[in-house]
Design a protein. Structure first.
Length: 265
């Protein structure tokens, strides 16, 4: 279970100021704070998939990086299965899996070597590690390429390796940041099926995507961010009813437009 309570993340804005007419020399001066995420609160229950939606620059990745403890919040906190991520970030890291949108792989290692390495970092003993690896290789349909070097794999294969690495410790809370972006239909389908299986096994999942058909298929509820703030928090059914739109993409746009009109007023 994830309980997010007033999370905010601010950064200092810096502006460039030319010191000459041709602008060859520049300096930076401090300016006002910019909030990438502002006072965000929501809850994701165990055994559910929460869709995290928003336009580019809405603050989704910043929020996920805070929840993964990669970034320290400027304010607020979150409880991950009862553990406070501000007070106990190391404990949170033991119980979560976070698939970033820019997760890199060691090219000279094979998929098997890569995942085994991360399993050992998590402290898994040999028996448990190899059992878990076999399970992931089967579910993610990786058996044909686990002994190939990562730098020889396709984009879909690399994404599967990244997912297996993320989940090698069998975390109860999992965050996926655009896991199907750039993948072909077959690779995307395999990953979506795996995410569905996470829900079936009682995991808490946050699923960030721009593909609205994936949201319709997978998510029990959605949180929509715009300019760092929550503009919708509720079920798919609630979004359709509130906006009067039957299509998910149109409902999403209606929520954004409504929130922007309210803020402008």
């Amino acid at each position: 279970m994830i309980e997010v309570c007033g999370l905010s993340k601010s950064f200092k804005e810096r502006r460039k100021k030319a010191r000459s007419l041709i602008g060859l020399l520049q300096r930076f001066r401090s300016s006002e704070k910019f909030f990438a995420v502002k006072d965000v609160s929501f809850c994701a229950e165990s055994g559910t998939i929460l869709g995290l939606l928003g336009p580019n620059g809405a603050g989704k990745t910043t929020l996920l990086r805070m929840l993964s403890t990669a970034l320290k919040p400027s304010a607020g906190t979150a409880n991950i299965d009862g553990v406070d991520l501000v007070k106990n970030p190391l404990e949170v890291r033991k119980i979560i899996g976070f698939l970033s949108d820019n997760t890199g792989l060691y090219g000279r290692l094979t998929a098997r070597e890569m995942i085994e390495y991360y399993g050992k970092l998590h402290g898994l003993d040999s028996s448990r590690l190899h059992k878990r690896m076999d399970e992931l290789f089967g579910v993610l349909e990786m058996t044909d390429f686990v002994d190939k070097r990562n730098d020889s794999l396709s984009s879909g294969m690399k994404q599967k390796v990244s997912i297996a690495r993320t989940l090698i410790n069998d975390p109860d809370v999992i965050m996926f940041d655009e896991p199907t972006t750039g993948l072909d239909v077959a690779a995307a389908e395999a990953i979506l099926k795996f995410i569905e299986s996470c829900k079936d096994r009682g995991k808490t999942v946050i699923f960030c995507t721009h593909h609205m058909h994936e949201v319709d298929r997978l998510c029990d509820k959605v949180v929509v961010l715009d300019a760092g703030r929550v503009c919708f928090d509720g079920t798919i059914e609630k979004m359709h009813k509130q906006t009067g739109q039957s299509r998910m993409d149109k409902a999403f746009l209606a929520v954004l437009n409504s929130g922007r009109a309210y803020n402008a007023a």
